[in-house]
Write a protein that binds this ligand. Structure first.
Ligand code: COA
Length: 285
């Protein structure tokens, strides 16, 4: 097979409604989730999946219009959703919003830290403030969210989930800020699993690879040619989907994962086994 005709393993056809899910219906009935980065991308798709399984979701993000559109779509599909316009870099805003959420819905069952920032830039071409912006959103933002939520988490029973990236364990050129931040996120989450485990709080990470139809991918693969090069370097020969990540999040936040904590679940088509940028998988002859 020629290099330009890649093998493409099929993307499973997935549906958002609980009835068509491979999971039991209403798996998260009456639970409550707070989702940062909930207005778009992976965070939103996970929130939609939680809501489709009966979970009340609070979508937190920086853009009210985007949050409103996302919450309206969840409500239109029969779910319960509220919005919170905030920046995870501001601790007091998070604390006040989480207390309000608790008053409205009760203790939190799920805390999803999905807020993230990214732009490609070499170290020598990045300002200290640019580096700090990503560390503050990804790493400090995850700390802020977990710390501010601590008193609101259901004990026992709460599940914390953070979105990491392959950057946490492999250096990627022009991504020093994300590599440093995600490495920190993974160890922060493992430390939380250690410290809060005796109160019945679980904490895990999901590590996506390149994920289709996300802001991150639009920034990192702005042309079809770059996208194809990345896909050729992935053992499964395609980008992942937000639905695949949402199903993993649903599993990790369900009772089926009640003994899983401090884990990092890689969902990347095998991308982290290879150096995607520089060593595409040879085409099968
Ligand atoms: N290249 C180099 N530096 C950049 C940059 C780029 N593309 N984008 C931002 N920066 C720098 C800015 O120059 C600034 O530094 P300076 O004050 O020394 O000039 C610093 O980062 C902060 O920039 P600012 O415009 O204040 O952004 P912000 O703090 O509001 O947000 C991001 C920064 C990274 C979150 C922004 O790029 C963004 O909104 N990204 C979209 C979210 C995203 O990427 N999601 C996908 C995650 S995988």
């Amino acid at each position: 097979m020629g290099e330009d005709v890649p093998i493409r393993f099929p993307v499973r056809v997935l549906f958002c409604s609980s009835m068509n899910s491979i999971f039991r219906e209403n798996l998260l009935q009456d639970k409550v989730a707070f989702v940062t980065g909930g207005g778009s991308g992976i965070g939103l798709r996970m929130a939609e999946r939680f809501a489709a399984h009966g979970c009340k979701v609070v979508l937190a993000g920086r853009k009210q219009e985007r949050l409103d559109a996302a919450a309206d779509a969840i409500r239109a599909a029969g779910g319960i959703a509220e919005t919170a316009c905030l920046d995870v870099r501001e601790y007091s805003a998070l604390e006040a919003t989480l207390q309000k959420t608790r008053q409205q819905f009760g203790d939190l069952d799920i805390l999803l830290c999905a807020a993230a920032g990214n732009f490609p830039a070499p170290v020598a071409g990045m300002s200290a403030n640019g580096f700090k912006a990503v560390i503050d959103i990804d790493l400090l933002g995850t700390f802020n969210t977990c710390r501010a939520a601590y008193s609101c988490l259901r004990k026992p029973g709460a599940s914390i989930l953070a979105i990491s990236a392959n950057h946490a364990t492999m250096p990627i050129a022009f991504q020093s800020h994300v590599c440093a931040a995600k490495a920190g996120v993974e160890l922060l989450i493992k430390t939380l699993a250690l410290e809060w485990g005796r109160e019945g709080i679980r904490a895990n990470c999901i590590t996506p690879g390149g994920t289709d139809d996300t802001e991150g991918m639009r920034r990192l693969a702005p042309t079809e040619e770059i996208r194809r090069r990345i896909e050729r370097g992935i053992p499964l020969q395609r980008l992942g989907t937000k639905d695949e990540l949402a199903d993993l999040a649903l599993f990790l936040c369900s009772e089926a994962a009640s003994y899983i904590t401090g884990a990092v679940y890689v969902c990347d088509g095998g991308q982290s086994l290879c150096r995607t940028e520089f060593s595409p998988i040879p085409a099968v002859k």
